[in-house]
Design a protein around this ligand. Sequence first.
Ligand code: SF4
Ligand code: SF4
Ligand code: FES
Length: 383
Amino acid sequence: MEAATQPREKTMKVKVKIWRYDSQTGERALKEYEIEAPEWVTLLDILDLIKDQQDGSLAYRKSCRMMICGSCGMRMDGAAVLACKTRMYDIVQAGHVPVISAMGNLPIVKDLVVDMDPFWEKFKAMKPWLQPGYEEPPEGKEYRVSQERMNVIHKEALCINCGCCVSECNAMESSPEFLGPQALAKGMRFVGDARDGATVERLEDYSTEHGIWECTRCYFCNERCPKGVDPRDAIAKLGAEAVNEGIDRDMGAKHAKWFIKSTETTGWLRETELVPKTQGVISAISQMKFAMGLAVKGKVPPPFPPHVAENVDEARGLHKLVQQQGRQGYEGIVQGERSLARLDHHLREDGEVPPSEGSVGGMGSLTSADITPGEEPTAGKAD
Ligand code: SF4
Ligand code: SF4
Ligand code: FES
């Protein structure tokens, strides 16, 4: 009897260049590898094949192979990726030979392995555990959090601690002490949790010198996060919540507040007044000579009379819209397509603002609408 023939798996030749590095010896070299592999392979599969068949000394991290554990963060052509999420087929078809290197902003131990200790230190600094601000529920039952409130932290709770955002962070490159996108996204995950009772303390902690306001808003973390956490959005929400709670000592907070005031009143950002409003009068006086030089060369407009934009009513209308929709704190942050889809831009025919869908109001205090005693215990844990 004829044996059944299995269809042969299609293969392709894959070339990659890998930056090899050993922190013990300081040796660094870009090495090229070529290997025959099935067409479905990911970058992680290629590294496994190279290690198995060509060079057992190649070092990299992996565990789950399915975008869950966050172990396999590395850079491909200078941009952070999860190796187990990155398919090679299109890259090979394009004739491209990608360069693989270790993640940025963390010390390299060997080849593609970085020291994650600084990452975990910042993670721990966020106090990433619930600090419940409510009494035990009656009769041994549990509290249930409404889906609406859980949606507030849905994205932030998706983080797998891979470090891809940290790798790309421009602010961390110039200021390694900056808490960074992963830690701050984790912070928002707890600030936005209806069960947490330490909101104000957290916002105070996160608003110190290397916290919320040190972000340069480059958005690389949003672009590179493989799980759609959008850490920059989380940082923006933290900033808005901090200002909402009156935590505005930092220059960044004062800057943001002046931005809003300036655009609301004149439709412009009045840069001449930005320095005294942000840095204080004494600092502004010390920069007077510089400011005069700019004014003489026509680089800054005179502060008085303030220039009012022709269509200032549009800016004022937008401000009114946000106020009337009750978008205080994080609810006032409109970034990304998901947020934009939720915002109703239109005034009704009678000139009033329609009620906002999905608005949950301020997050500073827990209300009975946020958590209610449940009928039956259900499984659940905070991360
Ligand atoms: S947006 Fe901020 S946190 Fe994100 S990468 Fe840029 S500087 Fe870092
Ligand atoms: S926010 Fe995204 S990129 Fe950053 S550690 Fe979490 S999952 Fe990774
Ligand atoms: S190996 Fe777990 S996320 Fe890639």
